[in-house]
Write a protein that binds this ligand. Sequence first.
Ligand code: NDP
Length: 327
Amino acid sequence: MSKAVRIDRHGGPEELKIVDVEVGEPGPGEIRIRHKAVGLNFIDTYQRSGLYPFQMPLQLGMEASGVVEAVGEGVAHLKVGDRAAYASQPPGAYSELRVMPAKNVCKLPDAISFETGAAMMLKGLTTQYLLKKTLPAEGLQPGDFILFHAAAGGVGLIACQWAKALGLQLIGTAGSDAKCKLALEYGAAHAINYSTENFAARVKEITGGKGVKVVYDSVGKDTWEGSIDCLRPFGLLAVFGNGSGPVPPIGLGTLASKGSLYVTRPTLFTHIATRESTQAMADDLFAVVQSGAVKIPIDQRYALADVQQAHRDLEARKTTGCTILTL
Ligand code: NDP
């Protein structure tokens, strides 16, 4: 048996219920993992609210760390007793114990704690593909300006550090002066409080009127128009989230009139579709974390039983950095 967080219908945080669930034996390609810590992600709120619809009932959670307890047929990269961490579909990480596909589960290096492993997989692998795999052609070069919204959040603070390590000039936005200060401490070259400042005008000022090569926009509805105005010709708008709501359809003519722009709507799950790509990206993440260039800030911890409050705080923009559920 395992305690788990389940919803029986889409809705607000009050729908999150702690239940007891039976956990069986892993089938082919699966493992059973006993969690040590669980990562909280903004995507969990979309799955709870129904912005991303699911069949009910649904056990939530996309990221965790733990110890492998049983291994199904055909799983070669994990064995019983391994320390492990993952970002993976289907949801189900908000639990003490679960059976799940092994494909996206990686051995966690001994030097990385369970809490760090639980906090960093989904957000760190996302940062990896955003900075290294999203821009086609020549990619990002040292010295390039990029704009990263919600820079003091979970993905945001990892991106500030990783961008700095790559020599990029990350301009971060955040919703308060305190959050802007945090983004600067974590390596942003510039920070803009987009609650009080016109971020597109400030980006033009910072870049000497040129604009940035890529805007990473996870805020969506409230920012996408301003984001387009921040791009240099041939620039890329990467919309990767819906913090304020989804982006409405963008007329293609806008992309022409603003300078032959590109738009993409990427998701981590295309990038980790195979075991090989998952492991290659995880190895890159483990290396940058072990080098000390990227630290994983766990700024909030909640007991599993307090998951409703965790969702309320995340949606109310009260959190910074990463959040974990402790077991
Ligand atoms: P964060 O810790 O970044 O929390 C979201 C932040 O968004 C808030 O703290 C807030 O920062 C900002 N925000 C702006 N407007 C709103 C609003 N109206 N309501 C709530 N928050 C708002 O979350 P995560 O690190 O978990 O995820 C960051 C984003 O990245 C999310 O949008 C998520 O969906 C997306 N994501 C996408 C992935 C993909 O592959 N496509 C994978 C992983 C994450 P502030 O107060 O500074 O504005």
